[in-house]
Design a binder for this molecule. Sequence first.
Ligand code: F6P
Length: 365
Amino acid sequence: MSKQIKRIAILTGGGDCPGLNPVIRAVTRTAILKYGLEVYGVRNGYRGLYLGDIIPLDLDSISGILPVGGTMLFSSNKDNLFDYPFEENGKTVHKNVAHVGVENLEKFGIDALFIVGGDGTLTSGRDFSRMGVNVIGVPKTIDNDLASTDTTFGFDTAVGVATEALDRLHTTASSHHRIMVLEVMGRYAGWIGLHAGIAGGADAILIPEIPYDIDKVAQAIEKRKEMGKQFSVVVVSEGAKPKDGEVVVSKVVEGSPDPIRLGGIGNVVAEQLEQRCGLESRATILGHLQRGGTPTAFDRILSTRYGSYAVDLAMEGKFGNMVTLKGNAMSYDSLENVIGQKTKNVDPDSELVQFAKNIGICFGD
Ligand code: F6P
């Protein structure tokens, strides 16, 4: 099988994420330097596959991208070719145009496609694999919620940004005797909230996996007041919800594999805590700052490992798989299995949650 692979292509899909460029670099360099392959890049995610927007990559074109955020190939979190939107007679209709993507791969003589993305992008990757395309998946998301792998690249950078935000909020919270609420991303998983909350010394962490009682959070803040602490810092994951309550939706993005965009719970929590605790409260929604900018050293290394190992896997003919990190070892799992599972969530009974509780962090449960 490995003898047949001469030309490969890389595609980045879904929301951007620090570490995408290091993956592109590692795939390209490994393919050229170790295996003597030709490398192409598909621009703008699956839209580029449909339009045949496919460009050659060489050592020069990827030079200098290691520390750069975003993706030099651009991305799209819409454009599912299995359900592609067209305007017809003033109406939007959806068609399966995946065969056009496959034809374009054949036209460019591409023997293997490296798809870098989260669950939406990799679901299409699985479906292209079912159509006979030689696919290798690489797990990307700041949310760290992909099944089968311990850590996705981009997560460490997002946690670092959120931690720095908490450090900065601490000083202003203390100066004004305020409650400062930081809302972080993560969709329906609390990984960023939990890790940044611990690293940034939050007094309360509210995550989707542990529905909260706002009165319990208020009690924890009152207790701090009794101990002479006139300020508190609270981290809220965007997918957090109260016991017997619902998540806060900020918008619906038509055409996205997961159209619901969460956001706004930080303001709700800040308002409720102000009323209950008699301390002025402010909310900060950290948003896309968590996704932009240069990746941490950890994410650069992880992306390099994922990208390089992905090419090794392709040359062994192990298609239809996603590269994974298990413990500290590179491994792989079938895309069928990865996509077939539920997303990976924080276990409320995990050691990390327990340690956080041991040091007095309130989860509102
Ligand atoms: O999946 C990554 C992520 O940043 C989530 O944490 C967040 O909920 C979502 O994407 C935001 O999506 P968009 O970039 O479409 O606003």
